[in-house]
Design a binder for this molecule. Structure first.
Ligand code: ZN
Length: 539
């Protein structure tokens, strides 16, 4: 296995003449503790300690959830309980503190977590002592945020750590205790900062309508805008790729609005041919055309008093666009074949995955309709730009679909989670959701979801995630993989260790079988295993 601490240090690259320092694929910049002290002083003086704490904590949380994703990538197959120790290695590389995990128990099947961590020489505690002397409140805001985001990202449940001792309070070292965010008896304003979605017990969770889920900064800012605009009457335009969750966000806006007691009606404009969309939106009078044997209201009328969600609005023809524009301007609609108009009171939320500005340029979309619909445009990020949310989503979909399909699933193996974390999901959240639902249907009761459950139904994920131990790759695939390893600076010993570890997992820890796969002798693999056990923890 890759040794955590030296592994992280080897990812730090200083390129002397270019003015750049990198950690893995991220550029970093050094800041003196003196400058950090000034920053903290100015912030506390400017907005107060409580607000400053929230800001530093959020930055830590967001970095921590990204680090959890990085560790999953660097050390695939690592169990969550072992990966938690890596959080210390990461803050050591950043120069924030050193420390130890005192205890960390993950009960994945029951979604429980208990942890305790200690930090020595925390830079935040030193800075606070410099600023104010001994304090009554803990001072390690970034560190506490970091470990909370890290463990949440790792196990896919909202975990909050709080310091119970801090060097800034006069204790010899800092100590933080972590548990499920909802398990803390006293509320904490920090919980407001991060969107903690998965709460309550499995059944009530899964039976409730879908909630937006995620803590990635890009998604958190989308949710922030949603909460701001929801109580108003503004027309909202949701921009994002197919499957990124636009309808769920539209429902969220409706649910948080004054119209929440009234209907929410969704219509996918791309799902109806040109000849039918008008009747679908505005309704039909009896005898309006051949086959219209009775009158029926359209979606506008059915949404009266509530919200109408127009998905794929870019698919409307110019004729339908002008009728939609009139309906929005006049707040009245005309059923197909009708001689009178009807008043409607509807808030419209539109969504598109098309670039409407380009469509306006080419004359395919009306500029005046665009401005009518986009009073408040909101970007919805694709799943590949919020990869740290993947574990949270996996956890949520497993709960939801095992409840829905009446299955007892014990969880998902680390190898399967690792593979999902590396996939780039062109179909976004919806693709992940469908994959988990299919896996839930396939898995035997009282068993976990494993890699092979994603291979069925011709899922492309196996093809895109091929590695030497997960199938029989072509020569090209092997070549690409080797080149990637070489460019990532993976050493021969790291690579061979990772390969042996993967073969052992694949063989269910059967040493003979793993040796056969690797073309090694049983004694060689057994020796490697013994070496792993005698290595002291962490070095
Ligand atoms: Zn502290």
């Amino acid at each position: 296995m890759i040794n955590p601490r030296s592994g992280f240090w080897s990812r730090l690259r200083i390129t002397p003449n270019s003015g750049t320092i990198w950690f893995d694929d991220q550029r970093i910049a050094m800041l003196s503790v003196r400058a950090f002290t000034e920053l903290r002083r100015k912030l506390i003086e400017g907005i107060g300690p409580a607000e400053s704490r929230v800001i530093f904590w959020s930055i830590g949380y967001s970095e921590g959830s990204k680090d959890a994703h990085l560790v999953r990538k660097l050390r695939p197959g690592l169990e969550a309980s072992a990966a938690i120790a890596d959080a210390i290695g990461l803050v050591e590389v950043a120069g924030f503190a050193s420390g130890e995990v005192l205890r960390s128990t993950v009960d994945a099947s029951r979604g429980q977590y208990q942890g305790e961590i200690t930090w020595r020489d925390s830079v935040e505690a030193s800075v606070q002592l410099e600023l104010s002397g001994i304090t009554v409140e803990p001072a390690c805001w970034i560190l506490t945020g970091h470990i909370s985001g890290y463990v949440s990202g790792l196990i896919g449940r909202p975990i909050a750590f709080r310091e119970v001792a801090c060097r800034a309070m006069g204790n010899p070292a800092c100590r933080a205790v972590g548990k499920l965010a909802e398990a803390w008896e006293t509320p904490d304003e920090i919980a407001e900062v991060v969107h903690f979605p998965v709460t309550g017990n499995i059944e009530t969770d899964a039976s409730k309508p879908y909630q937006p889920i995620g803590c990635a900064p890009s998604f958190a800012s989308t949710l922030h805008l949603i909460r701001k605009v929801a109580p108003t009457e503004a027309a909202v335009l949701l921009l994002g790729e197919t499957g990124s969750g636009k309808e769920i966000l539209a429902r969220q806006i409706h649910g948080l609005s004054r119209r929440s007691g009234k209907p929410f009606i969704a219509v996918n404009c791309a799902a109806f041919p040109e000849s039918l969309i008008e009747a679908e939106l505005f309704g039909v009078e009896q005898g309006a055309y051949t086959g219209a044997s009775y009158a029926r209201p359209g979606r506008f009328e059915r949404a009266n008093g509530g919200t109408l969600f127009l998905d794929e609005v870019g698919a409307l023809s110019l004729i339908s666009q002008s009728k939609l524009l009139r309906a929005l301007q006049e707040s009245e609609i005309e059923r197909v074949g009708a001689t009178t108009v009807r008043k409607v009171n509807v808030r419209v939320i539109a969504a598109t995955n098309a670039n409407l500005r380009d469509a306006i340029q080419s004359g395919a979309f009306r500029r005046d309709l665009y401005f009518r619909l986009s009073t408040f445009p909101i970007e919805v990020p694709p799943l590949r730009e919020r990869e740290e949310d993947i574990p949270l989503l996996i956890e949520y979909f497993i709960r939801r679909y095992s409840w829905l399909h009446n299955k007892r699933v014990t969880g998902i193996t680390t190898a399967a989670t690792d593979m999902l974390a590396r996939y780039d999901f062109p179909g976004n959240v919806r693709e992940l959701e469908h994959m988990i639902e299919r896996a839930i249907i396939l898995v035997e009761d009282d068993h976990p979801i494993v890699l092979s459950h994603f291979a069925s139904f011709g899922s492309s994920i196996m093809a895109e995630n091929r590695s030497p131990v997960a199938g029989h790759p072509s020569e090209n695939d092997s070549q690409r993989l080797l080149e990637r390893l070489a460019s990532a600076g993976v050493t021969v010993s790291e690579a061979s260790s990772a390969l042996i570890g993967a073969a052992l997992r694949r063989a269910g820890d059967n040493v003979t079988e793993a040796a056969r796969m690797l073309g090694m002798s049983r004694a060689q693999v057994a020796y490697w295993l013994k070496q792993q056990k005698v290595k002291p923890n962490g070095d």
